[in-house]
Write a protein that binds this ligand. Structure first.
Ligand code: ATP
Length: 234
């Protein structure tokens, strides 16, 4: 369970996240939607220690992540798939996946883990020896997801997985997120594609200029007049 309590984050004078609280229960998909610059990426970066908080708490199964070195966070079972994917472009697909397992003490299951990822993403298997930089955007997104899975996460933070992808690929990526959910993985999803984000989520939060302005059951938010006007193009 992930609990964010009264979290504030600033970049100098810019208050990017203002006293937000949110919870992600085990096994849930929770979406955080909002316009460009609302503070979504900053929130994910603060959870995994990439950006420092000004105040607040981020509890992951009772451990305060704000006091945990960021290289330890992955060992607690949390993986972060950043916006823009950040695959190692000059390394092969398989080498990128192997990097995902770097935090594991016991790497004897590497072959099984690779087989599990290749089973989920057959396209990565076909391209296992190809340099990651030569993959399409959708394939790089799959690689970033596969790399995260190599660390055996119970919780995944995903930042804009739909970014730059065709509608067909967005559907494919979201089908995989659903599959991860079916396997019991908890997901906190940040998306500008509010339609997809709300249709897949159990619950959602709306972030506007650093503040949470709405929260609730994702299907109910989809029917909410304000959400429809502001985020669903209705
Ligand atoms: P996007 O979808 O564009 O990533 P977002 O909702 O994720 O938007 P953030 O990237 O978290 O929003 O940005 C929140 C605010 O913080 C914005 O005003 C942004 O300009 C500012 N900001 C983000 N990163 C930095 C930084 N490294 N230095 C200064 N200001 C920043």
């Amino acid at each position: 369970m992930l609990q964010i309590k009264n979290l504030s984050v600033s970049y100098g004078a810019i208050e990017a996240v203002k006293n937000i609280s949110l919870t992600v229960n085990d096994g849930e998909i929770v979406s955080l939607i909002g316009a460009n610059g609302a503070g979504k990426t900053t929130t994910l970066h603060t959870i995994t220690g990439l950006t420092p908080a000004v105040s607040g708490e981020v509890l992951f199964n009772g451990v305060d992540l704000l006091k945990t070195p960021n290289n330890k966070i992955v060992t607690l079972g949390m993986a972060h798939i950043p916006e823009g994917r950040h695959v190692f472009t000059r390394m092969s697909v398989q080498e990128n996946l192997e990097m995902g397992a770097f935090s594991l003490k016991d790497r004897s299951h590497m072959a099984d883990d690779l087989a599990m990822v290749f089973d989920m993403f057959p396209r990565l298997k076909e391209r296992r020896n190809q340099k990651a930089g030569t993959l399409s955007g959708g394939e790089q997104q799959m690689l970033a997801m596969g790399r995260a899975l190599m660390s055996h996460p119970n919780t995944i933070l995903m930042d804009e997985p739909s970014m730059g992808l065709s509608p067909k690929l967005v559907k494919e990526i979201f089908a995989i997120i659903r599959k991860l959910h079916d396997q019991g993985i908890t997901v906190l999803l940040v998306e500008q594609n509010a339609n997809m984000a709300l249709s897949i989520a159990d619950r959602a939060y709306v972030l506007e200029t650093g503040r949470i302005t709405m929260e609730g059951d994702a299907k109910e938010l989809m029917d909410n007049e304000q959400v429809r006007k502001a985020y669903l193009g209705a």
